[in-house]
Design a protein around this ligand. Structure first.
Ligand code: GLY
Length: 360
């Protein structure tokens, strides 16, 4: 059976995961990116699969739970195609919660914490132990790219989608290389998505996160993530980055500026050291920033544009793009191909009105 072709703008983790899903269903796929694949938030991320972070909007949970259930198969598929096995880095997270938000049985006692992580200074925080994994996006990205390159997906980096125009049952796409027609177009351009799709009710904009990495001192072996509303500390335990920790992150509304400021990094270090004093003098390796694609209500945009039946969008994953990639690929492929999506997509509709403003 001949399948119509599909074009994606954005070769980040969302665009490439969707390309693989559509390819696996037999569809010819082209992916354009204005720069190099996976070069933006997909590799700036810490890689926590934080489906149960209490700061997530509750409407996200069905999509997040689906993604968690798909994650091992997603990594297996990448392994099969690329030969690269991406390991889980951690399997547990110490999550700080405000007083009164958890039952006395689920909250860890001071003794539990001292046993679990003697180096921790819990100060005023109350902690839960979440059964949560993390991956290293810098391992995932090359593996995903190799997987895509092992298929006949047509990946066109450094080729910006300049404009799109819906005509009858096709979309006309213009890039610096010319104009082509595609049966369906999917905008996965992350923080840059608003430049390509006319979004009326709810838009997407960059929200900057600065972060840094350190070498953990031998006195501070860390095998789980520590997360409070203001800071996270994510250790690497497998692969070339073993023994490092990623510490993040700022949350800033200042457009597409990715400048890293030492004063912001120092503040993150100070916050992290209130939990793990050994971080205060840990050697810094790198500092960087990424641009999270944020919507005004904190929920992704997943669906079709109200007045353009062949123009789809999958972006706005904000702090959870690494987590949500497998489920986004699954539900968007189902939606685009006219199947019933595995989760209700109405909370993520591009036609929804913005009812609340996500706090930074
Ligand atoms: N995913 C972690 C962050 O947004 O900082």
């Amino acid at each position: 059976m001949h399948h119509p072709d599909l074009c994606i703008a954005g070769a980040g983790i969302i665009g490439l995961s969707l390309a693989l899903e559509l390819h696996d269903r037999g569809y010819p796929v082209t992916v354009f990116d204005q720069g190099a694949p996976l070069a933006e938030s997909s590799t700036a991320a810490a890689g926590m699969l934080a489906a149960h972070d209490p700061d997530n909007p509750p409407e996200l949970l069905p999509l997040a739970s689906l993604s968690l259930s798909l994650y091992s198969n997603f990594l297996d598929r990448i392994h099969t195609l690329s030969g690269i096995r991406v390991p889980f880095q951690t399997h547990a997270t110490l999550q700080s919660v405000p007083p009164g938000t958890c039952t006395a049985e689920s909250e860890l006692t001071r003794e539990d914490l001292a046993h679990l992580l003697p180096a921790l200074t819990p100060s005023d925080h109350r902690f839960l132990l979440l059964d949560e994994q993390s991956v290293d996006p810098r391992q995932l990205a090359p593996a995903l790219l190799a997987a895509v390159r092992a298929t006949n997906i047509d990946l066109q980096p450094h080729t910006r989608v300049l404009s799109t125009y819906s005509i009858d049952d096709a979309v006309e796409i213009t890039t610096p290389n010319g104009t082509i027609h595609t049966a369906q177009f999917i905008n996965c351009a992350g923080a840059w998505a608003a430049a390509t799709s006319r979004l009326s009710n709810i838009s997407v904009a960059p929200r900057k996160g600065q972060m840094f990495s350190v070498v953990l001192p031998p006195s501070l072996p860390l095998h789980l993530v520590i997360r409070t509303p203001g800071i996270y500390i994510v250790p690497r335990t497998a692969g070339p980055a073993t023994g490092r920790a990623i510490i993040g992150a700022t949350v800033e509304d200042i457009g597409f500026d990715k400048t890293v400021y030492p004063a912001n990094i120092d503040r993150l270090r100070t916050l992290a050291a209130t939990l793990l004093p050994g971080i205060a003098n840990a050697s810094q390796l790198e500092a960087w920033s990424g641009l999270r694609p944020a919507t005004s209500d904190g929920l992704p945009l997943l669906g079709v544009l109200p007045t353009q039946p062949n123009h789809f969008i999958a972006t706005g994953h904000y702090r959870n793009g690494i987590l949500l990639a497998p489920a986004t690929a699954r539900v968007m492929a189902e939606f685009i191909l006219g199947e019933e999506p595995s989760v209700d997509l109405s909370p993520f509709s591009p036609a929804r009105a913005s009812t609340q403003v996500a706090s930074p």
